[in-house]
Design a binder for this molecule. Structure first.
Ligand SMILES: NC(=O)c1ccc[n+]([C@@H]2O[C@H](COP(=O)([O-])OP(=O)(O)OC[C@H]3O[C@@H](n4cnc5c(N)ncnc54)[C@H](OP(=O)(O)O)[C@@H]3O)[C@@H](O)[C@H]2O)c1
Length: 371
């Protein structure tokens, strides 16, 4: 079975690579118990999802709307028929807020460190799309501020972008998400936790470095259910615009693959031999530091790979169920492409990747692994 990935670049979609997915008959590498107090994530709503009736006005506030995922969520809401005037885009970057205002979206500048700005931004909000912040290590107080402001504003639903298996995952990045989920529950706010696995772009953006130096990591034979930001954004829009999701936890991701399979796919598509080098975590950290990454950042990346090795980024098919389709590729799109070496998508990915780094160390500047 082949699941193809697509790169969304400037609105142009192009086939980029195809990763082999296991036969459905193969059991998952691990299973994670669902939190007792939640409706099981794998048991998607028994009720039929009903799209909210047209004409029902609803103010949806989207934080992180100036970021890559948040902008895609705003676009996905528009595609699902939400009027621009019903969407409130929140962020700090005034240039990007101005771009959104140009689309007719309401914009409000707010900082997770500034409770007053959050209170003002959430005024009259019916639903809050809470995109997690990107400042790793500072997110507990920041996210607590967001939740407090949401409670004070009387928000009717908080949809939070968490991390896969936030309740049980041992990787360091999971802690802030686990605690944020706790703040939301403690606040008594109706919620939906979208526990996203990795972005596929985390890998796609490094394609050029993979070709030059191979793939390196500390992930062993672990599998990662990476999916595109666009797919995660569409799932968020589905949850925000249909009923039956309240107090549910969704473990979201695409077809899982190992980093060995990733390297093999790069080899297949480029015709150049690319391998995966599995390193002990401390050695991988050293490699990343030698490549110029700050020590703490490198350690978090290596720690995340150890989590990947333990299966903490592998999830089931909640994303496919929410989307009503296979997460990238869209049905009917070509999965494999002969001559992909010359494909526009691959050329774009080459341009996007950072050259000249040690194996697997070229992390995208645009997508910090802030999980
Ligand atoms: N699953 C994964 O592989 C993965 C990878 C990376 C990150 N993530 C998580 O997913 C989130 C969204 O991903 P992304 O790719 O859209 O990240 P991104 O492009 O870096 O966007 C981050 C967004 O968070 C906003 N933000 C950060 N700190 C803030 C603060 N103190 N106050 C207000 N807004 C703040 C930014 O606002 P401004 O730009 O306006 O400052 C921006 O809109 C990240 O923030 C991170 O929590 C997941």
């Amino acid at each position: 079975m082949i699941a193809s990935a697509y790169l969304f670049d400037g609105g142009t979609e192009s086939a980029l690579w195809a990763v082999p997915t296991p036969s459905p008959s193969i059991s998952p590498a691990f299973s994670v118990p669902e939190p007792g107090s939640d409706v099981p994530s794998s048991g998607l709503p028994q009720r039929k999802l009903t799209v909210q009736p047209q004409g029902a006005r609803m103010s949806i506030v989207v934080t992180g709307a100036t970021g890559q995922l948040g902008r895609l969520i705003v676009a996905a809401l528009r595609e699902r028929g939400v009027p621009a005037g019903d969407i409130v885009a929140v962020g700090r970057n005034t240039d990007r807020l101005a771009e959104l205002a140009g689309q007719g979206v309401v914009t409000r500048r707010a900082d997770y460190d500034d409770p007053d700005s959050l209170r003002a931004a959430f005024a009259d909000a019916d639903k809050l799309m809470f995109v997690s912040g990107s400042e790793v290590g500072r997110r507990r107080p920041q996210h607590r501020n967001v939740v407090t402001a949401a409670r004070e504003a009387g928000v009717g639903l908080v949809v939070y972008t968490s991390i896969a298996h936030a309740d049980t995952a041992g990787m360091r990045l999971a802690g802030e998400h686990r605690d944020t989920e706790g703040y939301v529950r403690e606040a008594g706010l109706p919620y939906v936790f979208l526990r996203n696995s990795w972005y596929l772009e985390n890998y796609i953006d490094q394609l050029d470095a993979y070709r030059k130096q191979g793939v390196a990591g500390a992930a062993g034979d672990g599998r990662v259910s990476a999916a595109t930001r666009a797919d995660y954004a569409e799932a968020a829009a589905v949850v925000l615009t249909s009923d039956g999701h309240e107090n549910r936890v969704y473990e979201l991701g695409g077809a899982p693959f190992t980093l060995t399979e990733l390297a093999a796919e790069v080899t297949r598509q480029t015709g150049e031999k690319v391998g995966y080098t599995d390193l002990p975590a401390d050695r991988y950290t050293e490699v990343l530091i030698a490549a110029g990454l700050p020590e703490g950042y490198a350690a978090v990346l290596a720690d995340s790979d150890l989590g990947l090795a333990r299966g903490e980024l592998e999830v089931g098919d909640d994303l496919a169920t929410l989307l009503g389709r296979t997460p990238t590729p869209a049905p009917g799109r070509p999965g494999r492409r002969s001559g992909a070496r010359r494909s526009p998508g691959l050329r774009r990915a080459r341009r996007a990747a950072s050259p000249g780094r040690p194996p697997g160390s070229a992390r995208s500047r645009r997508s910090p692994p802030s999980g």
